[in-house]
Design a protein around this ligand. Structure first.
Ligand code: IYR
Length: 242
């Protein structure tokens, strides 16, 4: 049996807010985050890189499986790297749009007006590539298992997008597919796989975004759902109960 010492602890620094403050802060956050839109038309103006680094630090506070923090954030401003990424992404995206997409997928994307051209990959002043670490590597070269890597990186990405938006920067969650070229161009080790590519910057002055509606709360929230009384219960195995 593996016996380990209890973990060291520190006292939680938690704020207890009164309910009025809770409501005001929840509503303020909703107002702020509801103004976030995926942007595909960026201004080439430079952005303060210290703000980007602080947002990445905020992303790194995300919870992760067994606290393995299985993420690496690559910050790219070099025009030559951006050009290489754009060219490789466009080659993959062109093949995707022309050969790999199903008709259903193409139809679903039509309202967004996207195609294989990705000028924002060179125009946006900053690209961030989030790499997921499928396993860790100890100093002696042995592998350390990572847990819930996709979930952990998805949460960190959410924090990152929220932090950048909160700081006044626009992003696009971009997933050129397949993304292996990013690991090659950015010389990442074998344990790192591209998770997302985020162009970051200010929106262009004439930036247009699709007129989208978000689902109302009543469509996304179900409270205490349970089978209607008298209906056939479903057992945890998925089979109807007798
Ligand atoms: N990755 C492609 C296609 C694309 C796919 C989805 I799902 C989107 O929500 C948007 C685009 C592209 O970036 O054009």
């Amino acid at each position: 049996m593996l016996v380990s010492a209890p973990p060291a602890t520190v006292r939680l620094a938690a704020d207890r807010l009164d309910e009025a403050t809770m409501r005001a802060r929840a509503a303020d956050f909703l107002t702020t985050i509801d103004r976030r839109r995926s942007v595909r038309s960026f201004s080439p103006e430079p952005v303060p890189l210290d703000v980007i680094r602080t947002a990445i630090q905020a992303a790194g506070t995300a919870p992760s499986g067994a606290h393995m923090q299985p993420w690496t954030f690559a910050l790219i401003t070099d025009p030559d790297l951006k050009r290489q990424i754009r060219e490789a992404a466009e080659a993959e995206e062109r093949a995707t749009y022309e050969h790999r997409m199903s008709d259903e997928w193409r139809a679903a994307l039509a309202p967004l007006g996207t195609d294989w051209h990705k000028p924002f990959l060179e125009l946006a002043p900053v690209l961030i590539v989030l790499f997921r670490q499928d396993f860790g590597v100890r100093p002696d070269g042995t592998r350390r298992k990572h847990y819930y890597v996709q979930e952990s990186c998805g949460i960190a990405l959410g924090f990152l997008i929220a932090a950048l938006h909160h700081a006044g920067l626009a992003t696009l969650t971009h997933t050129p597919s397949p993304m292996a070229f990013l690991a090659r161009i950015l010389a990442r080790p074998e344990n790192e796989k591209p998770f997302i590519l985020l162009p970051v910057g200010y929106p262009s002055a004439d930036c247009e975004v699709p007129a989208l509606a978000r689902k109302p709360l009543a469509e996304i929230l179900i409270e205490n759902p349970r089978p209607a009384s008298g209906s056939t219960a479903v057992t945890p195995s998925g089979r109807a109960g007798e």
